[in-house]
Design a protein around this ligand. Structure first.
Ligand code: COA
Ligand code: MG
Length: 295
């Protein structure tokens, strides 16, 4: 169901009004959340509301974020919600994944539900990396069953390594002002590189200031140039910009097609000059990837 995942809109599970709104947006994936956007006293209500929403949902990319495996909510989030509407769910987003065991636990639960129901639908797992230990164990997480994407959980990761809270939301604001370069370059590159090594998607955290379109665009472009495939949104107003940043522009496509044409016109030549610049087989592969991404 999910073809590309430029934008993922996080929607608090207990707020029905926002569910309606979410389905009117052009988010590639709608993520119905039972974790951090839902207060403790509303965990059960969120689960029940999500089931109702799923039962009436149109066919489109949907993920459900459950509570982390170290909470007593997690197993019931999975069993109740997946059991109620397995065919509507493309993936479970698992927060605070620290090791492959967390994924195995969820995957086994899904095995059991799928076998019991005799369902032919396959539910993937989106693993949110948001701790120092999660980064240390990233390869075993990436290669665990059902994992489809690695997500960078910026705020919890900052807390996990004891990094300074640099803004009101802790989600990516003012980063370029406090560190020469970008303080999350290492972990973001690690996530992107591991995801790509294992054929997974790399998805960036949300940008917390939903009234700052320029900051959002800058932040999204940074993830895009590092190799990320998409980014979370926490507000409908962020979706258009995220979709645009993670789609190739017409100039980029034009340039890529010119590179491919030049290579085709010079068969048997390793390197060719285009506009006084060298292009070789690696350039051609990059250009081909870009052209293929919109097919
Ligand atoms: N999904 C769907 N609809 C949303 C939405 C979301 N994530 N965030 C806001 N909306 C809706 C509002 O309900 C409102 O709808 P209305 O016009 O029908 O009244 C409209 O968009 C405008 O919202 P606005 O008034 O600008 O924002 P707010 O003050 O109501 O909410 C937040 C601001 C940040 C609290 C809200 O966007 C939110 O809860 N986001 C998700 C947070 C989250 O999921 N966090 C966990 C992941 S990090
Ligand atoms: Mg988190």
């Amino acid at each position: 169901m999910i073809k590309r995942q430029r934008s993922t809109l996080s929607v608090p599970g207990h707020l029905e009004k926002m569910h309606k709104k979410a389905f009117e947006t052009s988010a590639d994936v709608i993520m119905l959340d039972m974790e951090d956007s839902v207060p403790m006293e509303s965990k059960r209500a969120a689960r029940e509301q999500i089931i109702l929403t799923l039962k009436n949902a149109p066919k489109r990319g949907i993920s459900v974020r459950v509570n982390s495996v170290d909470t007593h909510y997690c197993f019931r989030d999975v069993i109740d919600v997946v059991h109620a509407a397995p065919e509507q769910i493309d993936s479970i987003t698992l927060p605070k994944v620290d090791c492959a065991g967390d994924i195995h636990f969820l995957s086994r639960l899904l095995d059991g539900i799928e076998t019991e129901m005799g369902t032919q639908y396959f539910i993937a797992i989106d693993a949110s990396i948001e701790s120092a230990i999660g980064v240390e164990n990233i390869v075993e997480i990436a290669t665990a069953p059902r994992v489809r994407s690695l997500i960078f959980g910026i705020a919890d990761y900052s807390a996990s390594i004891g990094a300074k809270l640099n803004s009101i939301s802790g989600h990516g604001e003012n980063e370029l002002e406090i560190y020469p370069g970008h303080r999350w370059n290492f972990v973001m590159s690690k996530i992107a590189q591991t995801a790509k090594a294992h054929n997974l998607l790399a998805i960036d955290s949300p940008y917390g200031n939903f009234k700052d379109p320029q900051g959002l665009e800058k932040n999204a472009k940074l993830a895009c140039v590092l190799g990320f495939d998409g980014k979370w949104a926490i507000h409908p107003d962020q979706i258009e910009s995220i979709n645009e940043v993670f789609s190739p522009s017409s100039e980029e496509l034009k340039r890529a097609n010119r590179i491919l044409e030049a290579a085709r016109a010079n068969p048997g030549r390793g390197a060719v000059a285009v506009d006084g610049r060298m292009i070789d087989s690696a350039t051609v592969r990059l250009a081909q990837k870009l052209v293929d991404s919109v097919k």
